[in-house]
Design a binder for this molecule. Sequence first.
Ligand code: ADP
Ligand code: MG
Length: 243
Amino acid sequence: MAASLHIAGIRKVFGKGDKTVEVLKKIDIEVAPGEFLILVGPSGCGKSTLLNIIAGLEEPSEGELRIAGKNVVGVAPAQRDIAMVFQSYALYPTMSVADNIGFALEMRKVPVEQRKKRIGEVAAMLQIEHLLDRRPAQLSGGQRQRVAMGRALARDPQLFLFDEPLSNLDAKLRVEMRAEIKRLHQVSGITSVYVTHDQIEAMTLGSRIAVMKDGILQQIGTPDDIYNRPANTYVATFIGSPT
Ligand code: ADP
Ligand code: MG
């Protein structure tokens, strides 16, 4: 079952005393089970901070956060059942692709037969069955990215978080991996939040897009809403809507 994500009144203040900065200002977002939500905005607007709060790598200064209806504020990251993919992904260089994908399961003492089965399922989802015996050094950039996603998927997370996973790839590969991520979402059905500063990526990938600026949510809607009915001039200019 895919999880819902409930974000209400989330604030984040960094620093102490008179040197504080409010990076997130009362963010409200509802993500439906199985949805693929894009969070887009310029560099420094607070996207990664919000994602880190969802993952439990940072705690919010204020607000509610629920995954599948359960409060997760104060819950350890490992207990949140979340997978995260970043732009810099380090695969274990001495391990095969199969072992990279299965590592988290091995740590959890999942029996070897069950582990093999799951590695096979994940490899099929990502169409990397033929690469399972290779080492990371024998893979292309796109293949490595797929393995990193496979490793994240292996634990069957209830939420998938992406933080600009494609920003280190060249333009051609980026387009290819966008299609791959879209397909992966369709076959896995996992509720996903995908962060990017790239308007084109946002418009092509998401069924719903949240536009953020300076820690404030400017608008949330379908690509059609955002493009044709921008909430304000900032959104219109950022997305490049016709005037
Ligand atoms: P984005 O991912 O949209 O580029 P971030 O969430 O990384 O933005 O950062 C938002 C703002 O918060 C930036 O101004 C950044 O400098 C600041 N920031 C992020 N993490 C910290 C931290 N640990 N301490 C202080 N300021 C931080
Ligand atoms: Mg960021």
